[in-house]
Design a protein around this ligand. Structure first.
Ligand SMILES: [Fe+2]
Length: 393
């Protein structure tokens, strides 16, 4: 991963963790072998079913062969990454010939491949390394990891963590280490055109949430803010990518929004939406991006007085309106996010009684976590429990 040291306006040193090489090029898949070969000659390719059944996969594998890159394929089983699925792949290949791992697919595939790249070089099961009490730190550096995303959402291609769930124990935790950051990312807009409408909507709302939360985080800095500002301009095209799936320009814009949201959130931290999204997802099984889309407009209203200037700037960036009144533009930001969510058919609340009963457990699992600490407004456990109950209706 690249360790970029920069000086901000206050001459304070800021270190950004981000991928070393990012190729943003339409039809880059045709020459993927050229970008992958410098990182390894024996690749374990983990890919989604949709990709493996597409013509793109033949083009991709031919490009590897052309550059004398040997490979073996693991088809991703679907759903969100599970401890058992990561350990299963690692169990089949640890001690084998691989010297790099490629992940091609949505955020779950990318996160799985990222975790596998770490675990192939280390002992034990992935659960030992998740952010749980007594977790272990990787002794050895991961195998080089190359990310080729096909959905625009989590920004997993840019982050240093993989979110892994234990379905039986109902938790989701991160496998986090700066060394897990991708060595190379290939952003090839036509690959995103196959994402179904619901996936485009949910993942796009995840990217938007990440931009809002990183921009208003207590740990934001001048450099992460710049990634967010660019991301807000890109995310304007989300409605177009949803209504016109084959629109390659709109797909490219949303892909860049997702990538930049990943860099921003990985370095500035998240906020209350992501804090609550992990336990809500673990307990209900709802898609991460859907949960983000439901929570975001309401949590923006809650946070607005505590980050008014940043919210006003978001309003200006996503609406294109340059009104100088911060209150008006912060309201415009919330209204724009709400109307985008409605256009993408995201409901305004969960309508799920389970959340009412689980509110104490959900809030208990996230109130002391990093994402709550980076949220601009600090509220106690009772406040967030009442909020979860309200959102269950
Ligand atoms: Fe997210």
């Amino acid at each position: 991963m690249a360790q970029v040291y920069l000086q901000d306006e206050q001459e304070e040193q800021i270190r950004l963790n981000m991928p070393q090489n990012v190729i943003i090029k339409r039809y880059a898949i045709v020459s993927a072998g050229r970008y992958i070969a410098p990182h390894g000659r024996n690749c374990l390719v983990i890919a989604g079913k949709h990709f493996l059944e597409s013509e793109d996969s033949e083009i991709f594998f031919s490009s590897l062969t052309l550059k004398s890159v040997d490979f073996e394929t693991e088809e991703y089983a679907g759903g969100e990454p599970e401890v058992s699925s990561v350990d299963g792949i690692v169990g089949r290949h640890r001690g084998g010939r691989f010297d790099c791992v490629v992940g091609i697919g949505g955020g779950s595939v990318i996160d799985t491949a990222k975790a596998v790249s770490g675990m192939l070089a280390n002992d034990g099961g992935v659960e030992q390394y998740l952010e749980l009490p007594g977790r272990e730190i990787m002794r050895n550096s991961p195998l080089p990891f190359i990310a080729i995303p096909t959905t625009a959402g989590t920004g997993a291609e840019a982050t240093k963590n993989a979110v892994i769930k234990n379905g039986a124990l109902r938790y989701k935790k991160s496998f986090r280490d700066e060394r897990l950051t991708a060595r190379c990312v290939i952003i090839d807009a036509p690959l995103y055109t196959g994402a179904p409408g619901e996936v485009t909507a949910f993942s796009g709302m995840d990217a938007l949430t990440q931009l809002v939360e990183a921009f208003t985080s207590n740990y934001a800095n001048g450099r992460t803010d710049e990634f967010c500002r660019q991301g807000f301009r890109h995310i304007r095209y989300l409605a177009a990518a949803y209504s016109d799936p084959g629109n390659i320009s709109a797909r490219e814009e949303t892909a860049l929004a997702a990538y930049k949201s990943g860099v921003a959130i990985s370095n500035a931290g998240a906020g209350a939406v992501h804090a609550l999204a992990s336990p809500i997802g673990a307990h209900t099984g709802l898609a991460h991006g859907l949960i983000c889309g439901i929570l975001l407009p309401r949590i923006m209203e809650i946070n607005k007085p505590y980050a008014l200037k940043k919210y006003a700037e978001i309003g200006r960036l996503i609406t294109g309106n340059s009104d100088s009144d911060d209150e008006i533009m912060a309201e415009a930001a919330i209204a724009a996010v709400g109307s985008l969510a409605r256009a993408l058919k995201i409901p305004m609340s969960f309508h799920d009684e389970r959340l009412n009963k689980l509110s104490a457990a959900i809030v208990g699992e996230c109130i002391n976590g990093g994402s709550m600490r980076s949220n601009p407004a600090a509220f106690d456990e009772e406040f967030w429990k009442a909020f979860v109950v309200e959102m269950s209706k």
